[in-house]
Design a protein around this ligand. Sequence first.
Ligand code: COA
Length: 342
Amino acid sequence: MANTMLLSLAEELDDLNVEFVSLQEKSKEYQKTLETLRTIEKSCMSMVTHQKKKYTQIGQTLKKHGKDLGLEDKPRWEELQRHVAEKQKVCVEIHESLPRPSEGFLKLTLGQVSVSLLSKSEKFDYKEEYERFKLYMTIILLVFSLATALFIDFRVCDALFHFLLVWYYCTLVIRESILRHNGSRIKGWWVLHHYLSVVLCGILLIWPASVSYEMFRNLFMAFSVYLNFLQLLQYYYQSGCLYRLRALGEKSDMYLTVEGFQEWMWRGLQFLLPFLMLGYIFQAYNAFVLFKLSFHPECNEWMVPASAIIFFILFLGNFFTTSKVMLSKFQAMQKKKSKKSL
Ligand code: COA
C-alpha cells in the first residue's frame, strides 16, 4: 500500500519537475526583461530630464528677448514659442509615465518607495478609489455624528468619533499627496486644510470633559452632520467630473475639445456653491462661539482659543480658495462663450 502511494507521488513529482524547469526559465526571462526595462527607464529619465532643462532654458531666453524683437521677427518668435510649449507638454507626459522616487512629505511618511502610477487608466482607478473611500467614510461619519448628536452623549463615544476623524484626515493627506505626485491639480490649500483638520480633531480628542467641552460639543456634532452632508454633495460633483473625464479619455486636452463638460461642471458648481458658503459661515460661527467661550469664567482649557483660531483659518482659506476657483471657472466659461459668438 505504502509502496503504491510512494510510486504515485514520485510520478506526480516527475510531472511537476517538467513544469518546474519551465518555471525557472520563465523566471530568468522575467529577471532579464526587468533588467532591460530598468536600463531603458534610467536612460529615458536622464534624456527627458535633459530635454526638459534645455526647453526651459530656451523658453526663458525666448521670453526675455521677445520684447526687443521687431515686427518681422514676431511670427518666427511665436512659432518657436509654440514649438517649445508643445515639446514641454510631451516631456511632462513622458516624465509622468516613468517611475519616480517619492519626495517631501511622501518620502518622509512612506520612505524611499515609488508611488508613481504609470498609465492614465491606473491614475483614474486610483482617483476613483479615493473618491469611493471618501464616500464610504462620509456615510460612516454621517451616521456616527447623527447618533452622537441625537442619542449618545458619552465622552468615550465622542473620543472615538474624534479619533476616527484624525485617522480619516491622515489617510486623506497621504492619498492626496500620492494623487498630486501623479499629476493631480488638487490645490495646496485642500491638502493644508486636511492637515489643519488633523490638528483640530486631535485637539478635540484630548479636550477634557469640562464645562467648555460640554458647551461646544453639540454645536460641533451639528457641524459634523452638516459637513458630512456637504461631502456627499461634493462626492456626486467630483465623481460626476471623474466619470466624464474618464469617458473622454484624454484628460489634459478635454477642456479644449469638449464644451459640454464645462457647462455640466458649471451647473454642478452653481448648485454646490450655496451649500459650500453655508458651511463656511458655519465654520466662522464656530470660531466666533469658541472665541466668546474663551472669555467664560469656567473656561480654563487652551483647546478653546486654539480651536477658535483653526476654525477661523479654515473659514478664510476655504472661502478665498473656493471663490478664486469659481471666479477662474466663470472667466473660462465667459471666454469660451465670447470665442463661440465671434
Ligand atoms: N479636495 C480634494 N480634491 C479636490 C478638492 C477638494 N476639496 N477640490 C478640488 N479637488 C481636485 C479635483 O478633483 C481635481 O483633481 P484632478 O486634477 O485629479 O482632476 C483638482 O483638484 C482640480 O480641481 P478644480 O478644477 O480646482 O476644482 P473642482 O471643479 O474639481 O472643484 C470645488 C471645485 C469648489 C467644487 C471643490 O474645490 C470643492 O468642493 N471645494 C470645497 C471643499 C470644502 O470647502 N470643504 C470643506 C467644507 S466646510
